[in-house]
Design a protein around this ligand. Structure first.
Ligand code: SAH
Length: 367
């Protein structure tokens, strides 16, 4: 098998995980998730197209242009609410194929004053997706338009200081989580190790000190969203003012339960079955994220459902205008909006949360 073939079958990643566990012992779930996503040779982010019909999953901006357009108009309103600062960093975390940003910038042409003050900063871990974004957003410059300055960064901390609007769709779910499992009346680290045949399996690791007063039954799993703490630290350390918009899937309130999941070619698979080939994520829990933000001195609005957010920003009006302007595409526009808004689609599973400097007023539609 050539290197490319063995990578396509996930053999390289499996060999790496076996050697690593053999040498260092079991991995925490956070370490496992991080390796699956970030490994510089065999990690999921190195691989080809993950997002879209031919990839593993489809996201809201790929379903309808209206999603990015409404967020683009929302950014203009937020900039005005910030008091129209003379420079503005528009930062996107995990921009995927760049579609959301493209739609957002097109919609923002209603406000040339906003666009003149803007620089765009894309925080992207995947070298492949970076190239896709560069092709879409920064094509060779045309002389008739003044290009918006655009830069790519590895981490939020690398984006330059200054007043900022930060947008992130389906980003929080990719942050590594740690898991605890209840066993013998105590919490233990949930780990990934090898069975006697060299296959990956979940196991119970070292006991950890009990923190809460609850004593759930043995076998209960608790997700600890530790990556969120680092992200909030980076937001807190930035110069203010800033407003950040997070859209992600997950319940409004979560207690216990294993939300680690893996998706490969639009189907759920066992998170241990295809390391490096499947997208491994965990449900975001935006109410919990809001509470953590407040605890570090930031203000938070929401979460509300995606249907409430898009509805308040005028999704219906925008859709009917697009349908009138292009009758042949009316059906596609309608089907896309239906999928974004419907309670059985993404309308209620996806939630929207704004985090902001406490000196700023709540952004629309939370005001
Ligand atoms: N926002 C896009 C893509 C969502 S998929 C959309 O809505 O279509 C998650 C995106 O986040 C991908 O672009 C992935 O490569 C990127 N990503 C995940 N974790 C990251 C991290 N820690 N740092 C930077 N980018 C990350």
């Amino acid at each position: 098998m050539s290197r490319a073939d063995s990578d396509a079958a996930g053999e390289g990643m499996l060999a790496y995980l076996r050697a690593r566990i053999g040498r260092d012992g079991p991995l925490t779930v956070a370490q496992y998730m991080q390796i699956c996503l970030e490994h510089p040779e065999h990690g999921y982010w190195q691989a080809a197209d993950s997002i879209g019909k031919t990839g593993d999953f489809v996201t809201a901006p790929e379903i309808s242009q209206i999603f990015g357009e409404l967020i683009g108009l929302w950014c203009v309103l937020v900039w005005e609410r910030m008091g129209r600062p003379p420079t503005l960093r528009l930062i996107e975390l995990g921009p995927g194929r760049g579609t959301l940003m493209q739609d957002a910038l097109r919609a923002a042409r209603v406000s040339p004053a906003y666009l003149e003050r803007l620089s765009v900063h894309l925080v992207e871990a995947s070298p492949h997706l970076r190239q896709v974004q560069q092709r879409l957003l920064a094509p060779p410059s045309r002389s008739d338009t003044k290009p918006i300055p655009m830069a790519w960064h590895d981490r939020l901390e690398d984006a330059p200081e200054g007043p900022a609007i930060i947008i992130a769709n389906e980003f929080l779910d990719a942050l590594p989580i740690r898991q605890l499992v209840r066993s013998g009346g105590a919490w233990h680290e949930r780990v990934v190790d090898l069975d006697p045949h060299g296959r990956l399996r979940f196991a119970i690791g070292a006991a950890v000190p009990d923190t809460g007063s609850h004593a759930p039954p043995d076998g209960t799993i608790l997700d600890l969203r530790e990556g969120e703490g680092a992200l909030l630290g980076a937001l807190r350390a930035r110069s203010q003012p800033l407003v950040a918009l997070f859209v992600d899937y997950g319940p409004a309130d979560a207690a216990y339960g294993d939300t680690l999941q893996a998706v490969h070619r639009h189907a759920y698979v066992d998170p241990l079955s295809a390391p490096g080939l499947a997208d491994v994520t965990a449900h975001a829990q935006l109410a919990g994220f809001a509470a953590k933000a407040r605890a570090v001195g930031l203000a938070a609005d929401g979460p509300i459902t995606q249907a409430q957010f898009l509805g308040a920003l005028g999704v219906v009006e925008r859709a009917s205008r697009l349908m009138t302007a292009n009758a042949r595409k009316a059906h596609t526009v309608e089907a896309g909006v239906q999928r974004l808004m419907s309670p059985t689609g993404m309308g209620e599973l996806f939630k929207v949360l704004a985090i902001r400097s406490s000196t700023l007023p709540s952004p629309p539609p939370f005001d």
